[in-house]
Ligand binder design. Sequence first.
Ligand SMILES: [Zn+2]
Ligand SMILES: [Zn+2]
Length: 146
Amino acid sequence: MSSPLYRRCADICRKIVLIRDRSNCVFCGRSAPWVHHIFFRSQYRENWTVMFEPDFQITLCDNCHLQTPDSPHKSKVQFMDKLEGYLRRTQQDERWELIRIVSENGLEDTKDHNVILGFLIKEFKERDATAWMDRDIQPDHGRTVP
Ligand SMILES: [Zn+2]
Ligand SMILES: [Zn+2]
């Protein structure tokens, strides 16, 4: 799990998520370098590369991440309600559908690790995000406590 490849995937994916969300908490809009994994690592079992799908990660500020009653670490149900509200409000209905299906049924991951790393690097380049490559970003909380 903590191989160099794993760490590289985690790092690139985290940066993609921060770029997508403009480093702002998707719930309250505050500047926020935390990336939260929507699903627990254990939900993926051996299919841990699914963790590197940007669709399954979300940028949250410290407050929304850990302090509020509907923090994903306090109330999964309230968090999922809030997440659904956010995704529908921003017309990301397909993304919500995907998250809902995975949350109810789990997901088979057939991609091998090198394939997903290739996918991430390609997406990273397409987002013209090279300036982010060397940027120092706070450690990913989701890596240890999803
Ligand atoms: Zn927030
Ligand atoms: Zn978290």
